[in-house]
Design a protein around this ligand. Structure first.
Ligand code: AMP
Length: 401
């Protein structure tokens, strides 16, 4: 590790990290000139064939941190019979689609084939793709196991395994599935694990299957992106929608991701915003995969100004243009707060995270502050002051504007 570190200190280009010309070109096509900190640390380790345990949140550039060196290793050994040689496991469908998009983008000048496997859509097109032969599979665990059961995928040639957002997999109850999948892989392989946090279950899982992993860490645990300005607006619960519409309209915000606690709440809010003349749609677990993909695309293409999402639906969403994340309902857990606001302020851009705080939610401020270790600025919006009862019972320090 010491030698790696010394080299890292003097290397600031993708070439300098040892990446092949076709990968450097693919990165340059994206307009990226400098590796991010996680890329600086992870790429040499993965190229060297070592196992890697990485503490990194979305927004740090971690996907390229594992995809680029993985492509190089697969490309270099050059066997072209298209067996599944790399398996990337992710918690959600959206993240699976995004990661495969990165595999395609960075692999544009190579001849490796990849496919994506997730539930909620027909299995037959996936079977057809697998039959054609692929080198890289990006998958969510449940549907991958369906393929295993139907014997439509062969995992006996996997050389590189990636577990992305391992802590989210844990939250979503995927660890037993992961263990089942691990048992199907060849013993001799490279393992990469990425996680924003490392609860005991993840440490235990990692200790069980990784071999002498290098560890890298880019953001302090539980720290929200530094480039995100965080503010809470106290407001009466019944006036939240009105305040949201007011903020979006008067400030002319264009790409706003709004979080609600429930699927029903997400639908209702999107409909009400539409009625207020703001283009909006909702994504959540009750919507079909196609409807979710369509809404995400419209949002990315600037046809929607507001996308309303539940926590699960929004996990791993990577939309570089998001300028504002709004907690319409305060998150139930402080940890969700960090994940939510991580949707903005990505890879060096600045972002704003607002929390609309009703009287009943005000205790959550303290949880969030305790979790992130940073104070949340509190500001009342003129014309939307909460009822007196709210202000008088609130701790004074937090509610000055
Ligand atoms: P990730 O953490 O992998 O979700 O990546 C976050 C965002 O950073 C994505 O939109 C990437 O396309 C972008 N990105 C990745 N690497 C770089 C880089 N070296 N320079 C600038 N942006 C990057």
């Amino acid at each position: 590790m010491q030698a790696d570190r010394q080299e890292i200190a003097i290397t600031t280009s993708f070439e300098g990290l040892g990446l092949a010309a076709e990968l450097v070109r693919a990165v340059a096509d994206q307009g990226y000139t400098e590796p991010t900190p996680i890329q600086l640390q992870a790429i040499p380790v993965v190229l060297a064939g070592r196992d890697l345990l990485a503490a990194a949140q979305t927004g740090t550039g971690k996907t390229a941190g594992f995809v680029l060196p993985m492509l190089q290793r697969l490309g270099a050994s050059g066997a072209n019979h298209h067996a599944v040689r790399a398996l990337i496991l992710v918690p959600t469908r959206e993240l699976a689609a995004q990661v495969q998009e990165s595999v395609r983008t960075y692999g544009a000048h190579q001849h490796l084939r990849s496919t994506v496997i997730f539930g909620g859509v027909g299995i037959n097109p996936q079977i057809a793709e697998l039959r054609r032969g692929v080198d890289i599979v990006v998958a969510t665990p449940g549907r991958l196991l369906d393929h295993v059961q139907q014997k439509t995928i062969d995992l006996s040639k996997v050389e590189i395994l990636v577990l992305d957002e391992a802590d989210r997999m844990l939250d979503m109850g995927f660890i037993p599935d992961i263990r089942r999948i691990l048992a199907l892989l060849p013993r001799q392989r490279q393992n990469l694990l990425f996680s924003a946090t490392f609860p005991d279950e993840i440490r235990k899982l990692a200790a069980g299957f990784m071999h002498d992993p290098a560890t890298v860490e880019v953001a302090r645990r539980n720290t929200p992106a530094e480039l995100v300005a965080q503010v809470a607006h106290p407001v009466d619960a019944a006036r939240k929608r009105e305040l949201l519409a007011h903020l979006v309209k008067t400030n002319d915000w264009r790409q706003v991701l709004v979080f609600t606690r429930t699927k029903h709440g997400a639908n209702r809010l999107a409909e009400q915003l539409e009625r207020d003349g703001i283009e909006a749609d909702a994504i959540h677990g009750n919507k079909s995969q196609n409807a979710r993909t369509r809404a995400l695309k419209r949002f990315k293409d600037n046809e929607l100004r507001v996308l309303v999402a539940t926590d699960v639906a929004a996990r791993g969403i990577d939309i570089p243009g998001i300028t504002h994340v709004i907690n319409f309902d305060a998150p139930r857990q402080a940890e969700d707060y960090v994940h939510r606001i991580g949707r903005t302020g990505r890879a060096g851009r600045t972002g704003i995270a607002l929390t609309l705080l009703s009287h009943r939610e005000k205790h959550l401020v303290r949880d969030i502050e305790r979790y992130t270790g940073a104070p949340l600025r509190v500001a009342v919006i003129p014309g939307h002051e909460p009822a007196a009862r709210f202000a008088s019972s609130a701790p004074r320090r937090r509610y000055r504007s």
